[in-house]
Design a protein around this ligand. Structure first.
Ligand code: PAF
Length: 279
């Protein structure tokens, strides 16, 4: 497995692979890899011949009061996970390499980014779109895989790729849960045992709402209420519970098209997100 620390290193590999007629799949990550990331790598193998994983805690997607400095990092462990999942190369740049001191060009998706996480994290998706554009350009990937756990991010990236005619395919991969139901996230590490137990109220609410949907409930308020009440029972502090059109991310009242039930809530200082695609 190659560890590439410069743009030139990755480009040399990608160019050689393309010359051999191989396709390249990118799995963008911020490291501290868990089974959810591993599943993205496995899915990437189904869509491309060579797999690159980027490990980069992207500073521009963190707001001033967010957890950039204490975001968990463990590159040795990340290497082992990538090795075990047949990854061909890791791109592991420094912030200085990715952002010149006078960096001044941004990619900003203007519609889907306004809602949900965009309301409490105003610069977040500008940072995500910008870094993903850079990673696509650096890796020369043909396919990139994003998890449905970060549903809004995945839908924004898909929109950006369509709007800017970027020459790659975006694959959305299923959300992966811990055995007890909690959606996998690097941030789960911040939860105390007691907060973890209470945070299960999110997945319980998601499962209960999904069951009601499968039984025929199509009223958005009814499904949102199930999730809200469950999180409240777990004493989570709700940031949002929304039911949106999957394409526009605008709220809907009756589910008559592919929809997304999504939430964000704090347990202690940790902000967790979860969702279910209703289609
Ligand atoms: O989902 C993430 O880990 C990040 O937002 C991403 C896509 C790697 C961009 O920094």
């Amino acid at each position: 497995m190659n560890i590439c620390k410069t743009v030139e290193d990755v480009r040399a590999l990608s160019t050689a692979w393309h010359k051999e007629g191989k396709t390249i799949g990118l799995v963008p990550t911020m490291g501290y890899l868990h089974d959810g990331h591993a599943s993205l790598m496995d899915i990437a193998h189904r869509h491309a011949d060579k797999i690159i994983v980027s490990v980069f805690v992207n500073p521009t997607q963190f707001g001033p009061n967010e957890d950039l400095d204490k975001y968990p990092r463990d590159f040795e462990r990340d290497q082992a996970v990538c090795e075990a999942h047949g990854v061909d190369a890791i791109f592991y740049p420094t912030p200085q390499l990715m952002y010149a001191p006078d960096f001044s060009t941004w990619v900003h998706e203007d519609s889907l980014s306004q809602l949900m996480c965009g309301q409490s994290r105003p610069i977040h998706f500008r940072g995500v779109c910008t870094v993903c554009t850079k990673l696509f350009n650096i890796s020369l990937c043909d396919v990139a895989v994003f998890g449905k756990k970060d549903a809004q991010q995945a839908l924004i990236i898909r929109r950006m790729v369509r709007d800017l005619n970027m020459p790659l395919q975006i694959v959305l991969a299923p959300l992966v849960r811990e055995a007890d139901g909690l959606a996998m996230s690097s941030r789960n590490k911040y939860l105390s045992a007691e907060e973890h137990q209470r945070a299960l109220s999110i997945s319980k609410g998601i499962f209960a709402a999904q069951k009601r949907y499968e039984e025929g409930e199509r009223n958005a308020d009814a499904l949102k209420r199930i999730l809200t009440e469950s999180i409240q029972k777990g004493e989570g502090q709700i940031d949002y519970v929304v039911l949106m059109d999957q394409d526009t991310l605008r709220p809907i009242e009756q589910i008559d098209r592919p929809a997304l039930l999504a939430c964000a809530a704090f347990f202690g200082k940790t902000r967790l997100i979860d969702n279910v695609f209703l289609e």
